[in-house]
Design a protein around this ligand. Sequence first.
Ligand SMILES: [Zn+2]
Length: 360
Amino acid sequence: MSLATRLPPELWCAIWELLPYEDCVSLSHVCRYWRDIAIHCPRLWTHLEFCSFVHGETCECVLCGTQEFDDSGDPLGPFVRTATTPPGSTNMRLILALAARSGALPLHLSVHTEPVRTDLTLLEDFGARLVTTGASDRLVLLHVAFEDLSTLRCLLGGLKRLPALTTLVTEQLYDDDDDIIIDAQSWYDSDEIDMPLLESLILIGVGWPVQDRGSTVAFPSLRSLACSFWDAEDVEVALNVCPALDELHVLDPFLPQRPIEYTWRLEGNTLSKLERIPFVRVSGIAYRSEEWAIDNFSGPSRPEFYLRYRGYDAPSDYALDIWLDLQDVELVGLTWTHPTEDYVALTVESSNGVRRTLIQ
Ligand SMILES: [Zn+2]
């Protein structure tokens, strides 16, 4: 009897559960015995990673075609498409097959797409096929990393309804470490989006939708939201469709090519809705956005309000207004936020508890 058949299948499954799904695919090709065990062990196939590097039909990279330029860099003629089929590959078929092996178990899916002009039709098709196979009903976590800002919209356009989803994370793959570029368009563009159990939503690189009157989209279970706001109306929309928020993490969308105005201020109804959220943190703050962040998001009685500055724009060489509107400061403390991290936290306390914490 070989070693492979000496251990019971349950034990093999327990060992393999610790491996990433690619290794489970590899070991399922070792021998017929292992393959039978792996295929019939749903727990091996619950954390999957879809990728697509297929270039879209509007892509104008050097792999897709050519274009001539003059000495000053201006194009001399139109882009000439030379690739007969789009370059790039995808593991879509594999992921759909593996998702079927996970049986009825909750599914975690990460999605990675490149290049900047990726094949969006393929994304929409992938979403639609997750629906027809029933996998979308079991999705509890979806993490989408992309260069093309339309990726999430297209994927969700195919998926539409995610009844079990609790966590959705978007992550824009950008070059400059510090700059968040957000799409002025919304991260979904249909009233058919339905995520009744969504608890945590992180939006980096996609904008919040401005809703039409009569829109029925809502996220009734959402407790934690991280996103950028373009203007006061964005905040109003977010608070209206997410009535159960406990945590709001505002990402200051620093846009060097397209500066946003920090002149807008929240008013009446929106401020009182915001006041119900006990924890608010604003990240990516620079000199010009500090007052905007405090005016809009500190709140008169919020127990926890955090400001996090951009790395090279720390509040050291200009007037710092962290006491703005605070009448009864009792304690100012300076601490390391974590023994292994190089962050310092400046905490301001009043009789209402910790009012502001600046992390640098
Ligand atoms: Zn291309």
